[in-house]
Write a protein that binds this ligand. Structure first.
Ligand SMILES: Cc1ncc(COP(=O)(O)O)c(C=O)c1O
Length: 399
């Protein structure tokens, strides 16, 4: 049979071998730090059950019917209230409900990117965002990001030399480093981009998972006029990724265009799930839910950091995440984390090799460890096993 002619398809993120190992790790006894899933213990199952029942009992005709591409009015009003708490004054005209923040990335890429367009993007960054943009073959202008913040000179250079229209940024809860830009860095970044044509896609998926300092939560890059910001929100991290509900906040003009693209893509996000969430928010349960999540993930992060300090080779460096679900680890340059994954899985532990998180130059000596979905005793024993593998690899690399 001839191969089907796939149009414009993206390259694979992981090598086939890595994909196979991570799939195996997820289904076996292997302790897997890959994936970065929320903890199931925190899903508000009882509250959502009640909300589902009420919606089906009282609003079945509406809940089981089609709705507008922009989303249900009731949920959009709740999102408006939540955005106000985060420091942004918006109305429902500024909001479109999406099937997770991931669809937000896809819709924005479809609206703004054509082949060869220069776009600024942090490197490393969230891999499925790279995938969503890559479908449109832009020219990536990487802006290095590490635990200390972004490379502001690279940002200025990119703005000056290529006049890009988009900058994808995760100011707080950066995936994979877990870092949060300080107020000073945010001001510097906004000053650098002011007066240019660039719009900032501000990915706030982890805005509510601030593990150290909650004050950053109220003000990611805001308040800045929505003409410069395309804001992405998500209910996946504090409530449930299975509901697939997120949103974009942008100017009404952008929202109208996005609604057309969304219509072509999936018509709308599940009416039932939107109304269930609106009902859940009616009960004011979100604040308590966030208050449950933060210390829970903080404890796991702390166990991870203590274990790394005790078990990892002294040549390794890692971030101390202030938000989000993962730690980003750097090994000596001649260590290849894709090769090391085979050995690690043999020892009963898995991680995410770091190469796909970079957009252009792709170093092989990084890896991501997620602590969000593992109980403390598994974090400890997983880090112990991985520490043994890495110590051996580092000592062999010196020979
Ligand atoms: C930085 C970042 N943005 C967006 C998403 C997508 O989230 P959602 O489940 O809302 O599509 C994720 C999920 O891991 C993420 O880490």
């Amino acid at each position: 049979m001839p191969r089907p002619a796939f149009k414009n398809w993206i390259t694979h993120v992981q090598t086939a071998r890595t994909e196979q190992l991570l799939k195996y790790a997820a289904q076996s006894e292997v302790i897997s730090f890959a994936g970065g899933l929320p903890a199931e213990e925190l899903f508000p199952a009882a509250e959502l059950e009640e909300a589902f029942q009420t919606v089906i009992t009282e609003q079945a005709a509406e809940a089981l019917q089609y709705t507008w591409a922009e989303g249900c009015e009731r949920l959009r009003e709740h999102i408006v209230a939540q955005m106000k708490e985060r420091g942004l004054n918006v109305t429902a005209q500024n909001i479109i409900v999406t099937s997770g923040a991931q669809q937000g990335l896809d819709l924005l890429a479809k609206l703004f990117l054509s082949r060869g367009d220069p776009m600024l993007i942090e490197s490393p960054t969230y891999v499925p965002a790279i995938q969503a943009f890559e479908m449109h073959a832009p020219q990536f202008l990487p802006v290095a990001r590490d635990s200390k913040g972004i490379d502001i000179d690279a940002l200025r250079r990119g703005l000056l030399q290529r006049d890009p229209r988009l900058f994808y940024l995760i100011p707080a809860g950066h995936n994979p480093t877990g870092s949060v830009l300080t107020r000073e860095q945010q001001r510097e970044l906004l000053a650098a981009t002011s007066g240019t044509h660039v719009q900032i896609i501000e990915d706030a998926a982890y805005a509510d998972i601030q593990l150290d300092d909650n004050s950053a939560r109220s003000n990611p890059l805001l308040p800045v006029e929505l003409s410069r910001i395309l804001y992405l929100g998500s209910f996946s991290k504090v409530l449930s990724p299975g509901l697939r509900v997120g949103w974009i906040a942008a100017s009404p003009e952008v929202i109208r265009q996005l609604a057309l693209i969304k219509q072509a893509s999936d018509l709308q996000t599940s009416t039932l799930n939107q109304l269930v969430l609106a009902r859940y928010f009616d009960s004011n349960a979100l604040k308590d839910q966030i208050a449950r999540c933060v210390p829970f993930y903080r404890q796991r992060r702390d166990v991870m950091l203590e274990s790394l300090a005790a078990e990892f080779p002294s040549e390794a460096r890692w971030t101390k995440p202030a938000a989000g679900f993962s730690v980003w680890v750097e090994l000596p340059q001649n260590c290849d984390t894709e090769d090391l994954l085979t050995q690690a899985v043999g020892r009963g532990v898995a991680f995410e090799p770091g190469r796909p998180f970079f957009v252009t130059q792709k170093p092989r000596n990084y890896l991501r460890l997620s602590y969000s979905n593992l109980p403390p005793e598994h974090i400890r024993s997983g880090v112990r096993r991985l520490g043994e593998v890495l110590k051996r690899a580092v000592s062999q690399s010196k020979v």
